[in-house]
Design a binder for this molecule. Structure first.
Ligand code: GUN
Length: 292
């Protein structure tokens, strides 16, 4: 078993991004600028957005955090998005999900100018990604592809099983792995909450990508020897108190599954750190006008 080390890869790529941001500043006199919109006080969202802002500063980007209480109306939020769309000093806009129930996330996602949609959630970016055209690629799937590339994991011709079909991870991940790209060229199976016998599929996976949001959902009896395991789980357990206030668990039972796998991502220290890299790279190429 070998670790897919998110800390190592993300630090290396952050160094490259910082250099490119410095070159961009020298050439243009400005920094790439990301705006993050955060509604309410969800613990996970607070942590993720704080990390996005901090990492922007670390690589020499400008970042702005726009906060709303969860009483904000959908109209107010949509107006803000339009204001950010029109601001020429902004390269990337993200609205952190989930949003409160009275706000339709699809409406908000579609209102963001697709040319600033560094989350890659807009239907135009999703469609262009599927067609293999220049686009912004959702940060977590993008980060996973960067990690597979870094370690030279062969994917062509392999059976990739994606567990979870969310707009944020499972669905775009399945598109990327099926595309005629490297990594990619897989035969892809998507399993989700309505799949009757998930084990039947996971047992056949050469590459298993799990984003279902359930602690230790994948156990040793569900995988074959030599499998490559990508654990996207970020399950916070506040009852297990640590210095940061919670302990993080993946969707994969690492202790049981690691000995059977050829490669596996740890949690923490795996995919989570790569998500930031995907977002930073999207923001940089947006500033450099390399996509649109
Ligand atoms: N919520 C969980 N992951 C993400 C993400 O990558 N982007 C946004 N906007 N919200 C999220």
């Amino acid at each position: 078993m070998q670790l897919l080390d998110g800390k190592y890869v993300s630090e290396k790529l952050k160094g490259e991004i910082a250099q490119q941001a410095a070159d961009y500043l020298a050439a243009s006199g400005r920094k790439p600028h990301l705006v993050a919109v955060l509604v309410g006080h969800d613990g996970g969202s607070e942590t993720y957005v704080a990390s996005k802002i901090k990492n922007c500063e670390n690589v020499g980007f400008k970042s702005t955090l726009v906060r709303y209480e969860d009483t904000v109306t959908e109209d107010e939020l949509l107006k803000k998005v339009e204001e950010l769309n029109a601001d020429a000093d902004i390269d990337g806009i993200i609205v952190q999900l989930p949003l409160p129930k009275h706000i339709d996330p699809e409406k908000v996602t579609e209102r963001i100018d697709y040319r600033k949609d560094v989350d890659g959630f807009h239907p135009i970016n999703l469609g262009r990604m599927q067609r293999n055209l220049p686009s912004f690629i959702p940060a977590t799937p993008y980060g996973i592809t960067l990690m597979l590339k870094e370690y030279g994991i062969e994917t062509a011709g392999k059976h990739c099983v994606v567990v979870g079909r969310s707009n944020i991870v499972g669905s775009p991940m399945s598109i990327l792995m099926a595309r005629n790209t490297t990594p990619g060229n897989c035969t892809v199976t998507i399993c989700h909450s309505r799949t009757p016998d998930i084990k039947k599929f996971t047992l056949d996976a050469d590459i298993l990508i799990v984003a279902i949001g359930k602690k230790n959902f994948i156990t040793a009896d569900m995988v074959k020897d030599g499998v490559v395991v990508i654990d996207v789980g970020m399950n916070r357990e506040t009852s297990t108190l640590t210095k940061s206030g919670f302990k993080l668990y993946g969707d994969v039972d690492f202790e049981g599954v690691a000995p059977k796998s050829s490669w596996i991502t740890p949690v923490p220290g795996g995919v989570g750190l790569m998500t930031i890299i995907g977002l930073l790279k999207n923001t940089l190429v947006s500033a450099k006008k390399e996509v649109y």
